[in-house]
Write a protein that binds this ligand. Structure first.
Ligand code: NAG
Ligand code: NAG
Ligand code: NAG
Ligand code: NAG
Ligand code: NAG
Ligand code: NAG
Ligand code: NAG
Ligand code: NAG
Ligand code: NAG
Ligand code: NAG
Ligand code: NAG
Length: 587
């Protein structure tokens, strides 16, 4: 599993007016006429001769990972490719758009971040709405690339163009160009086009980059589990392996899996309902002690599995690690618990200063899984490439795909790596700029969500950003007043039990399925949500709707069918971090 989903960008349109047919408008000359003249969008020179346009009829919806099930809706659109160059550079950027047939156009421009392919596939969550998918290409690279493959021009030499494009620039440009063309394409004559963004994981980070950098371009943004605070986030993937290397103990993965399962079982009732879901990981953190699991037995059958690599885009699909594990049968030891506890505690320097937060207790510990060496019949170091490749390429600036070992690597080394990445990529990949005034002042609305048991991007990472925005923008107000202000335009929701950008096979909890409709209603009709509609898709409560609590309120069940959203200071405090291992503020 990689949170660093894709270097590919998707945009979409939503529609419904106009008389002309798709065939009438979907012509190269119509697109060429709609292009902004050079000098209109400063720095972006469109290349009219490179425009392609072709009508696609009766395509069907459904895009995995976008939060919507395939609904069998068909739609017809104009498949458009636009090429531009940055003024004074000989680069080439290709963006793609899908313009819905005029009868479907609803004056909405939809950007689906973190998109993955060249195909235009419509998310059913955007149902009768959107479409456009636009895989962007970094300068001077062929269509088939992934950002991590081009991040370095050579050892020690950062490809800053590709880095800034991936960080935020390409999406912002795609939106600006796309909105401009949309007006001409449909002959809109300055009619308001509502612009929406939706994405999770790196798509969530991309969304935050847009809200931070192009705040006046978007009316609504939905960002899930953003893989931002890149410097800390990526090195954190190496942290569990470093714990094991430091302790010189590699727990059988089955022991870790049992610790997770038993923690879920123990903490599930703390939120007031026994439903297989830890809806309050904070109560689990405050009231459950992992040492109580020592001695519990576990068993896992032998299996062969593959997991994903760094996966900025195309490489994610391939499954870059295959491993075979033998049958495991044993009891949880004090050392197993010590590893799990250290992982959940998060990285601290040798002086005991906190450097980063961690996954919530009860989240899967997949980054901690060692590999099995069949020659020695023992468990050994396994460095997830999500972290390993980040360290080699982005910190050490070596064009290799993984760290080979952790020899000489201490917790302080991880802190140093985080520091290097934070300084180097502060204005690009870090993506945590906390002043969203432009977005807010131009009427932007933000729904930010995060699976509470996300094992890849820690849920507390999102909480920390929300708190940063609050303190930077409303530092002069009391927390209560600041929250009221924020709720008018920036709402944050934790999704009980959910994993990374999706449901969790270990906890049958709710997941939001119609965020786009909620956002449209907020932006266009002024219906501000106060809770987030989510649906339970498995388990005893399958089909149940849960109106999720808006942060910082937290759910507390009474009986099996209702919960309140309560304010609980101890809970909020357990989600609140400072990072004294760094000398500067970490937003
Ligand atoms: C805009 O600039 C690009 C690149 O310099 C050039 O290829 C293109 O022809 C120009 N467009 C027009 C309409 O002159
Ligand atoms: C698309 O589907 C509609 C309705 O089923 C049908 O009438 C039309 O012929 C189809 N168009 C194409 C190009 O297949
Ligand atoms: C969209 O257009 C591009 C460029 O011509 C083409 O490569 C691609 O196959 C088209 N996609 C569809 C679904 O027609
Ligand atoms: C566009 O709007 C302007 C100002 O309202 C109006 O004068 C003009 O006729 C309109 N053009 C079209 C094509 O509707
Ligand atoms: C943990 O729970 C899951 C789902 O309930 C189950 O498939 C898995 O075998 C369990 N693992 C262990 C080690 O008990
Ligand atoms: C958990 O229990 C162990 C053993 O009783 C104890 O040493 C440890 O301090 C406890 N941890 C917490 C966080 O209370
Ligand atoms: C696991 O080991 C115990 C003790 O050696 C044994 O009784 C049990 O049958 C084993 N279970 C499995 C599923 O192999
Ligand atoms: C196991 O031994 C074989 C033969 O010596 C060797 O090629 C292989 O690399 C070893 N595997 C590991 C994981 O050490
Ligand atoms: C990265 O390298 C480490 C150490 O050699 C190894 O354990 C791990 O499996 C590698 N990961 C990948 C994805 O190749
Ligand atoms: C929640 O969303 C579902 C669709 O996912 C919808 O059917 C239901 O009416 C919504 N409920 C509320 C209370 O908004
Ligand atoms: C809630 O459901 C559990 C089963 O999960 C049941 O044992 C319990 O009696 C129920 N409580 C109420 C108040 O209905």
């Amino acid at each position: 599993m990689s949170h660093l989903a894709r270097a590919v960008v998707a945009a979409g349109l939503t529609a419904a007016a106009n008389a002309s047919s798709l065939a009438d408008v979907c012509t190269i000359s119509n697109i060429q006429a709609a292009l902004p003249a050079n000098g209109t969008l400063l720095g972006i020179n469109l290349i009219p001769s490179a425009v392609t346009a072709s009508a696609v009829y009766n395509a069907s919806t459904g895009m995995a990972g976008m939060g919507g099930a395939s609904s069998g809706i068909t739609y017809s659109y104009c498949n458009v490719t636009i090429t531009y160059t940055h003024t004074g550079k000989n680069d080439e950027v290709v963006v793609k758009y899908a313009f819905p047939q005029p009868s479907d156009f609803k004056k909405r421009f939809y950007v689906a971040g973190g998109g993955k392919s060249d195909d235009f596939t419509l998310s059913a969550s955007s149902a009768d709405n959107c479409q456009v998918v636009s895989p962007f290409r970094a300068p001077q690279h062929a269509f088939d690339y992934s950002y991590d493959e081009v991040a370095l021009a050579g050892d020690g030499s950062i490809n800053w163009d590709a880095t800034y494009m991936f960080s935020y620039q390409a999406l912002g440009e795609m939106t600006k160009v796309g909105k401009y063309i949309t007006e001409g394409f449909y002959g809109m004559n300055n009619t308001k086009i509502y612009t929406y963004y939706e994405g999770c994981s790196d798509g969530g980070r991309e969304g935050m980059s847009q809200v931070q950098r192009f705040g006046d371009e978007y009316d609504g943004a939905i960002t899930g589990a953003p893989a931002f605070r890149f410097a800390q986030q990526q090195v954190n993937h190496v942290y569990p392996a470093t714990v094991e290397h430091t302790m010189d103990y590699y727990p059988p993965p089955c022991a870790l899996a049992k610790i997770v399962n038993a923690t879920i079982a123990a903490c599930d009732p703390l939120d007031g309902r026994t439903d297989g879901v830890i809806s309050r990981t904070d109560l689990c953190k405050l009231h459950f002690n992992l040492t109580s699991l020592i001695g519990e037995s576990y068993y896992c059958a032998a299996e062969t599995s593959s997991s994903l690599g760094f996966g900025f885009s195309k490489r994610q699909a391939e499954g870059s690690q295959t491993s075979t594990t033998p049958a495991q049968n044993g009891t949880i030891t004090a050392q197993d618990v010590a590893v799990a506890q250290a992982v959940y505690d998060g990285l601290h320097s040798s002086k005991g200063e906190r450097a980063y937060l961690s996954w919530q207790i009860g989240s899967e510990l997949s980054d901690a899984d060692p590999t099995y060496n069949t020659n020695t019949s023992s468990w050994e170091l396994n460095i997830p490439s999500t972290g390993g490749e980040y360290v080699t390429k982005f910190v050490q600036l070596l064009n290799i795909d993984n760290l080979s070992d952790l020899d000489g690597v201490t917790y302080d080394t991880l802190v140093d790596w985080m520091t290097v990445g934070m300084v180097r990529y502060l204005d690009s990949l870090q993506t945590t700029y906390p002043d969203l005034t432009t977005f807010k002042e131009t009427g932007g609305k933000l729904i930010h969500y995060h699976g509470e048991s996300d094992p890849s991007v820690p849920a507390a990472s999102s909480v920390h950003y929300w708190q940063s925005v609050r303190s930077v923008m409303y530092g002069h107000l009391s927390h209560e007043d600041a929250q009221k202000e924020l709720q008018d335009w920036y709402q944050f929701y934790l999704i009980p039990g959910a994993a990374h950008c999706g449901t969790n096979s270990l906890q049958p909890g709710p997941y939001p399925e119609n965020n786009m409709n909620i956002m449209i209603d907020w932006v266009e009709n002024g219906n501000k949500p106060s809770r987030l509609n989510a649906t339970v898709s498995s388990g005893d409560y399958e089909g149940e709707t849960q109106m999720l609590c808006q942060w910082p309120s937290r759910p507390l069940w009474h009986g099996n069918s209702t919960f309140d959203c309560v304010h609980d200071k101890a809970s909020i405090d357990s989600w609140t971090y400072t990072f004294p291992a760094f000398k500067t503020v970490v937003y």
